[in-house]
Design a protein around this ligand. Structure first.
Ligand code: HDL
Ligand code: ZN
Length: 416
């Protein structure tokens, strides 16, 4: 039975989005059997680095003093400054409310200790089951750092993550600061030079092959600065050319490039101290063109880069663009980006990832994004109806499944 009215269309789109289990293709979450790496709960929610940056705008407490406090003291301060003293209307502030409300907590009391008590006593596994069900997430793609001793201990012992959690081999040091990474590689037993020599190439290739074997990642990934250029003569570029791209091709893995992060523009803020810059996307065009047998997942941090990245996706089918990353993960920009992508790519992209660092955040990050993606889809499907197109609910469900999951797995060449 075709959809005949706008209200029926709105119901079909928003219900399809709500019912479609999500593959969240980039997060900083961890399988519950990876121990303390997985962050969850009220105090972690409140001390998210986005909120740390926002509290510093009101607080008389210097960052180094703040970071010397306990997690609970930090959370109390953020709650008081950003939620009680001022209305919590920023995206990250509102997100905390969306999440607490979904967890069944009474926000009229504003009783932070009651919220803490409500979640106390839960195990990580129990909370993972509850939160993934609330957010309707079927697959969580992690960010796994082979230079982190905790991750080395887990993967090199042959442990496997919860099957809902999928690994990604994150290799920033190799392509963003190879000279500094070389000593760490030698510490792990890889015979490399500080410069990008043939011996270094062989050592890094062995490193990558070993970690692919230990981790079985879905893709390799790196966050890259706005100054990222390829080709160019640096050691970082040589490692990308001689090691990362050939090993990705050999293993059939996409390489995810997250471009535009300027690390620690304010070091005092630590994890909250990163900024952004506009990147030169001619390097992405070069890579997609000159490496047609490699697959690239790409997201960019600058609002000004979004349109040109969409144009590149129109030119290269080995390029899959994804998400509204970090500083563009705000409703006004998410809507802008999603409209441009639909208008220029149809349904052949991955609209969002959560980038969640705290488990509970997936509730708000996906609730907020589902609403915006739905608003754009309703407008676009309504235009099809206006043009006399017969709209079937099953086809909307198919399209939504592509956007929220199948486009990713199809691009990987994997069935799930
Ligand atoms: O490099 C990245 O993966 C970024 O997402 C950073 O982790 C950043 O700190 C972040 O959490 N953004 O949302
Ligand atoms: Zn991230």
């Amino acid at each position: 039975m075709p959809i005949g009215t706008i209200s029926a269309l709105e119901e079909a789109v928003h219900e399809s989005l709500a019912r479609q289990p999500i593959t969240d293709i980039h997060t900083h979450l961890y399988s519950p059997n990876m121990g303390n790496l997985l962050l969850w709960g009220v105090d972690e929610l409140l001390t998210y680095h986005y909120l740390v940056a926002e509290v510093m705008r009101w607080s008389d407490t210097p960052p180094d003093v703040f970071y010397g406090w306990s997690k609970q003291q930090q959370a109390d301060h953020i709650w008081q400054m950003l939620f009680v003293n001022h209305s919590p209307i920023s995206e990250a502030q509102r997100g905390v409310l969306t999440t607490l409300q979904a967890l069944g907590l009474d926000l009229t009391t504003r009783d932070l200790n009651a919220y803490r008590a409500a979640l106390a006593g839960l195990t990580a596994e129990q909370h993972v089951d509850r939160v993934l069900a609330l957010a309707n997430i079927a697959h969580v793609v992690m960010t796994n750092d082979p230079f982190d001793p905790l991750e080395q201990a887990f993967w090199q012992a042959g442990h496997k993550p919860d099957p809902r959690f999928h690994p990604v081999l994150r290799i920033d040091p190799l392509v963003r600061g190879y000279n500094q990474a070389a000593p760490q590689l030698r510490d792990q037993g890889y015979d490399v030079d500080d410069d990008a020599t043939e011996r270094s190439f062989q050592g890094v290739r062995r490193f990558l092959r070993d970690w692919i074997q230990w981790m079985n990642p879905l893709y390799m990934a790196a966050s890259l600065p706005p100054t990222f250029r390829f080709p160019e003569t640096s050691a970082n570029a040589a490692i990308l050319r001689e090691c990362v791209l050939p090993i990705c091709r050999e293993a059939g893995l996409p390489f995810a490039m997250m471009i535009g992060s300027e690390r620690l523009i304010n070091p005092a803020l630590r994890l909250a101290g990163d900024g952004l810059g506009r990147a030169d996307l001619s390097s992405v065009a070069y890579l997609a063109r000159e490496y047609p047998h490699n697959k690239f997942l790409v997201t960019v941090l600058s609002r000004e880069n979004q349109h040109e990245l969409i144009v590149l996706a129109r030119k290269f089918s080995n390029l899959m663009i994804f998400g509204c990353w970090w500083f563009v993960n705000n409703p006004v920009i998410i809507e802008d980006i999603t409209r441009m992508r639909v208008e220029m790519l149809g349904l052949s992209f991955i609209p969002q990832h959560s980038d969640a660092r705290i488990l509970d955040q997936v509730i708000y990050k996906w609730a907020h994004s589902r609403a915006i993606i739905g608003k754009v889809l309703v407008d676009k499907y309504a235009a099809l109806m206006q043009a006399g197109w017969r709209l079937e609910r099953a086809e909307i469900e198919r399209d939504v499944a592509d956007l929220l999951s199948n486009n990713f797995w199809r691009f990987l060449g994997r069935s799930i």
